[in-house]
Design a protein around this ligand. Structure first.
Ligand SMILES: NC(=O)c1ccc[n+]([C@@H]2O[C@H](COP(=O)([O-])OP(=O)(O)OC[C@H]3O[C@@H](n4cnc5c(N)ncnc54)[C@H](O)[C@@H]3O)[C@@H](O)[C@H]2O)c1
Length: 362
C-alpha cells in the first residue's frame, strides 16, 4: 500500500511516499540513492527499524552511524561525527545521506547533508508521527546552540521522503500523542473538512490502524507540501504553520523538557484559540471543540504542575525569533481554516489569556 505526493519546487521537487512496508522495499530508494550512502539514525530507532531499512538498501554501498536519541543528536559535536563518518566512508558529492529517525535525526542529518561538500542529497525516512507529518517535509534543517533551539541551520530540501507508517507501531504512546498535536494543528489550518474528520476518527487514529493512519499522514503532508511550494523560505504563508508555536516554545522552555514539543504545541493552539475568541475573532464553540479533540488525542489541555507564572511566559515569548520590531507575533484564528499572523492585538488580551491558563486571572 503506497500513496505518493510531490512537493512542487521546480527542479528541486521531490516525492513524499506514504504507506506501509516501504522501508524494507528496495524499489523505494533506488532512484534517489547516489553512488554511496551514509545512514544516520539513533539508538532506539536502530534497534527497531534499521534491519528493515538495510533490506531496502540491499545492493547499494552504505555505512551506518548511530547517534543518541532525542535532541542530544542536535549538537555541533554530532554534526562533526556525521561529517567524519562521511569522509571516512568515502562519501563524495554524488553520495546520499539517509536520515532514519525522528525530527531530531532528520534535522541533524539534513544539516550535515546541507554543508558536506557544500550540499549533498539526502533522504528523509521519518519514524515518529511528528516527523512524518511535519519535520521531514519542507527542507528546514537545524542544530541547537547553547543559547537557543534550532539557532544554527539551513534550508536544504530532501530528494525523497519515505513515511512508512508501519514504523510508528513501536513509538511510545506519549511520543505518538505529541505527533497528534501537530495533526490537530493541521486540522485548524485546513478547515472543517480535516478538523471534522479528525473529530470523527480520533479513536481509530489512536489505535494506530495503518489505513486511517496513512490517510492522516497523507492529508497532513499534502497540506504542508502545498504551503512549502507556495512559500519555501517562510516569507509569507508558511508562517501560519507556526500556529500554537509561540506559546508552545515558551512553555517548552518554562518546563525545561518536562513537556514534549507536541504537547506544548497542542496547549499553544488552545491558547491561541482562547485569545482569538477573546478578541471576538473566533466563534465561541471552537475552543471547546479543540479542547475536546486534544483530550481525545490523549494530550494535556491544562498546564501541568509546577505552573509557571504568566510574566515568565510573556518574557519567553518576547524572545521568539519570529517576532517583528519588538512585538510578539502570533498566529491567530478567525475560523477553522482561516488563520493569520498578527502583531495587531491588544497586549492586555494576551496577558489575560496567559493568566487564564496559569490560574492567575481572578
Ligand atoms: N525541521 C523541521 O521543520 C522541524 C519541525 C518540527 C520539529 N522539528 C524538530 O524535531 C525534533 C522533535 O522531533 P520528534 O518529535 O520526532 O522527536 P525525536 O526525534 O526526539 O524522537 C522522539 C523519541 O522517539 C524515538 N523514536 C523515534 N522513532 C521511533 C520509533 N519508530 N519507535 C520507537 N522510538 C522511536 C527517538 O529515538 C526519540 O527518543 C525537535 O528537535 C524539533 O526541533 C523540526
Amino acid at each position: 500500500m503506497m500513496d505518493r505526493l510531490t512537493v512542487e519546487l521546480g527542479t528541486r521537487s521531490y516525492p513524499v511516499l506514504v504507506g506501509t512496508g516501504l522501508i524494507a522495499d528496495a524499489g523505494t530508494f533506488s532512484d534517489a540513492l547516489g553512488h554511496r550512502s551514509l545512514v544516520v539514525t539513533s539508538e532506539a530507532v536502530a534497534e527497531h527499524h534499521l534491519g528493515a531499512l538495510e533490506s531496502g538498501l540491499a545492493g547499494h554501498a552504505y555505512e551506518v552511524i548511530v547517534l543518541p536519541d532525542g535532541d542530544g543528536a542536535k549538537t555541533f559535536a554530532m554534526v562533526e561525527r556525521v561529517l567524519d563518518a562521511a569522509v571516512t566512508s568515502g562519501l563524495g558529492r554524488d553520495g546520499t545521506v539517509v536520515a532514519l529517525g525522528g525530527g531530531a535525526i532528520g534535522d541533524v542529518a539534513g544539516f550535515a547533508a546541507a554543508i558536506y561538500h557544500r550540499g549533498v542529497g539526502y533522504i528523509q525516512v521519518p519514524t515518529t508521527l511528528l516527523a512524518q507529518v511535519d519535520s521531514s517535509v519542507g527542507g528546514k534543517t537545524a542544530i541547537n546552540h547553547a543559547s537557543g533551539k534550532n539557532l544554527v541551520g539551513a534550508f536544504h530540501q530532501p530528494r525523497l521522503v519515505v513515511a512508512d507508517v508501519g514504523t510508528l507501531a513501536t513509538l511510545p504512546d506519549r511520543e505518538y500523542a505529541a505527533g497528534l498535536a501537530e495533526v490537530v494543528k493541521y486540522g485548524l489550518l485546513d478547515g472543517p473538512r480535516l478538523f471534522g474528520w479528525l473529530e470523527r476518527s480520533m479513536d481509530t487514529l489512536r489505535a494506530r490502524d495503518t489505513g486511517p493512519l496513512a490517510e492522516m499522514v497523507y492529508r497532513c503532508c499534502s497540506l504542508k507540501a502545498a504551503i512549502v511550494a507556495e512559500d519555501e523560505i517562510e516569507q509569507g504563508r508558511r508562517v501560519t504553520l507556526n500556529l500554537g508555536h509561540s506559546f508552545g516554545h515558551a512553555l517548552e522552555t518554562a518546563y525545561s523538557g518536562a513537556l514534549l514539543h507536541g504537547e506544548a504545541v497542542g496547549l499553544g493552539c488552545l491558547m491561541a484559540a482562547h485569545l482569538s475568541r477573546s478578541l471576538g475573532w473566533l466563534a465561541s464553540g471552537i475552543p471547546a471543540r479543540l479542547q475536546a479533540l486534544l483530550e481525545a488525542a490523549g494530550l494535556p489541555t491544562a498546564l501541568p504542575d509546577p505552573v509557571p507564572d504568566a510574566e515568565r511566559l510573556l518574557k519567553l515569548m518576547a524572545h521568539d525569533k519570529k517576532n517583528l520590531a519588538g512585538r510578539i507575533r502570533l498566529v491567530l484564528m478567525r475560523d477553522l481554516g482561516e488563520v493569520e499572523a498578527s502583531v495587531d492585538y491588544p497586549h492586555a488580551a494576551l496577558v489575560l489569556t496567559l493568566r487564564e491558563f496559569t490560574g492567575e486571572a481572578s
